[in-house]
Design a protein around this ligand. Structure first.
Ligand SMILES: CC(C)(COP(=O)(O)OP(=O)(O)OC[C@H]1O[C@@H](n2cnc3c(N)ncnc32)[C@H](O)[C@@H]1OP(=O)(O)O)[C@@H](O)C(=O)NCCC(=O)NCCS
Length: 123
């Protein structure tokens, strides 16, 4: 079966993603990171996976509404039941082409069965 080691997602930052200061809410960025890592973890292991651990997240630059947001996730390491990935978030102003690094972190998912018990990741 296909085993991708990386995944990319791109979409426009929506007016509904805004925080009280007019840029994208940090909680939305964390949700996108979780979604990108989930997609890669499941695509890579072909098993359901849940978030186990997120390493320190730093918000480097704000994302503006209307920016094209790019998430990139790649596999760093596979354990017996876990998969560690690195996720980066960049935003692109479509008028000026200016691209900013917004956020990066490592994130660990664990493969689980239908009862939510961890299960081995097979090669
Ligand atoms: C995922 C879950 C089934 C794992 O069960 P567990 O008994 O706690 O698992 P373990 O402590 O044995 O760890 C499982 C794997 O995660 C890794 N892991 C655990 N804690 C970790 C941490 N803080 N950092 C990095 N990896 C970690 C372990 O090294 C192990 O990896 P390996 O099997 O590849 O060697 C359980 O913790 C759970 O259900 N958590 C809630 C998940 C959830 O709801 N997530 C959604 C967000 S709230």
């Amino acid at each position: 079966m296909k085993k991708n080691n990386e995944i990319e997602m791109s979409f426009l930052a929506q007016p509904t993603d805004v925080n009280y200061f007019g840029s994208v809410h940090g909680g939305n960025v964390m949700k996108w990171i979780d979604e990108a890592a989930y997609a890669l973890a499941v695509q890579h292991t072909h098993k359901y996976c849940v978030t186990k651990y997120v390493d320190g997240i730093e918000f480097i630059n704000p994302i503006s509404i209307g920016d094209l947001v790019h998430l990139h996730a790649r596999v760093l390491q596979k354990g017996t039941t876990s998969i560690r990935m690195h996720v980066t978030v960049c935003s692109e102003n479509l008028v000026s082409n200016r691209r900013l690094e917004n956020c990066a972190c490592d994130i660990v998912f664990v493969a689980v069965d239908k009862q939510g018990n961890k299960q081995k990741i097979q090669d």
